[in-house]
Design a protein around this ligand. Structure first.
Ligand code: FAD
Length: 315
């Protein structure tokens, strides 16, 4: 955290334990997230806190509750109320500490339920400004419409909206499940459509900055540059706290460090937890770094180029 702060980059402490199911462990994860929020209180080095709903709920329950008209057994209903109370406890802690909180986006078979919870929390805790942020995965073809609906609901309900905008990390899983179960996959037809919607969502939010607070969670240079351009065109200050850029620790440092150097708000997700428990998270990153069209290759070639440049400077 201190090292990042030297370069004006904030830290987002991400307790990355996933896929647990006992009540004791789920309560522990809630307490750990609340501890990170308290740690962030009044600390400019930690501009956001974050959690995943699957970290504080049994995933089978979330999947059952995903459909708005789902009928739960009395026992499941009781368990759900405990989950909702955990979500509320975390959001309340964020509100009281005045630390904005991201709720990560997950697989589509959990996400409708997560969206319902998150919208409720925004209506409750975002009356003065965005404390609770939902996450939108633009690899889904329905998210732009969802964003506009979220906006309308916030106008009607008189609250602010926080959005972390990402492309989405679970594409292969989404496609496999849709194919296996024979429903239409929620994923865009191709990468270009994802990129287009990502940029359109940025434009929509910047156009409605009276309502939105934005975090562009991306390693894509063009999307980051697009947001910079939109801010310049609209004369929005680089330091406006309603707009943040975020990358994962160790990824796309060339974006994070350059943006921060030029005065933009930047933060890095810093995952932590017992190594064995954060393996699923780390494996996803490793896969991403091999599958994302040349991302790592591009970063490495930039590093090699920069080393050459510095060598020549010295010579
Ligand atoms: C700060 C931060 C927070 C994040 N939080 C979340 C989160 O809460 N939930 C989550 O799911 N992810 C999250 N991610 C991961 C993110 O969704 C992406 O997987 C990752 O950042 C790569 O996308 P990109 O925008 O950086 O770059 P790019 O390299 O430009 O895009 C790669 C992405 O494009 C999409 N894509 C690739 N091929 C296709 C195709 N053929 N058709 C359609 N789409 C395609 C996929 O989403 C893929 O991951 C987060 C990332 C960051 C940096």
């Amino acid at each position: 955290m201190n090292d990042l702060a030297k370069f004006k980059i904030g830290t987002i402490l991400d307790y990355s334990v996933e896929g647990k199911s006992t009540e004791e462990v789920l309560d522990h994860t809630r307490d750990e997230v609340i501890a990170t929020i308290k740690r962030a209180k009044g600390n400019p080095q930690i501009p956001f806190s974050v959690f995943k709903v699957t970290g504080i709920s049994r995933t089978e329950l979330l999947e059952k509750w995903n459909k708005a008209d789902a009928k739960l057994s009395a026992e499941d209903e009781k368990e759900l109320q405990v989950v909702l109370a955990r979500v509320d406890a975390i959001c309340k802690a964020a509100f009281e500490a005045d630390v904005p909180l991201f709720i990560d986006a997950e697989d589509s078979w959990f996400q409708d339920g997560i969206d319902r919870m998150t919208n409720q929390m925004m209506a409750k805790y975002n009356k003065q400004k965005a404390i609770v942020y939902n996450t939108l995965q633009m690899y889904r073809h329905d998210r732009l419409e969802f964003l506009k609906k979220t906006y309308q609901e916030s106008v009607d309900g008189n609250y602010f909206v926080g959005i972390k905008l990402v492309r989405g990390a679970y594409m292969e899983k989404e496609r496999e499940k849709a194919a296996a179960e024979g429903y239409k996959e929620p994923i865009q037809a191709n990468k270009e459509a994802t990129d287009r919607d990502y940029n359109l969502a940025l434009e929509f939010m910047v156009d409605h900055l009276d309502k939105f607070s934005i975090c562009a969670g991306t390693h894509n240079e063009k999307s980051s540059a697009h947001l910079v351009d939109l801010m310049t065109k609209k004369n929005i200050s680089k330091e406006d706290k309603r707009i943040y850029f975020a990358q994962l620790l160790g990824m796309s440092d060339h974006i994070s460090f350059n943006l921060a150097h030029h005065g933009y708000n930047v933060a890095k997700y810093v995952p932590y937890g017992p190594v064995r428990e954060v393996m699923p998270y780390l494996m996803r990153r490793a896969q991403e770094n091999t599958s994302v069209a040349g991302q790592m290759g591009r970063e490495l070639s930039l590093i090699v180029k920069e080393k050459e440049r510095r060598k020549k400077l010295k010579a």
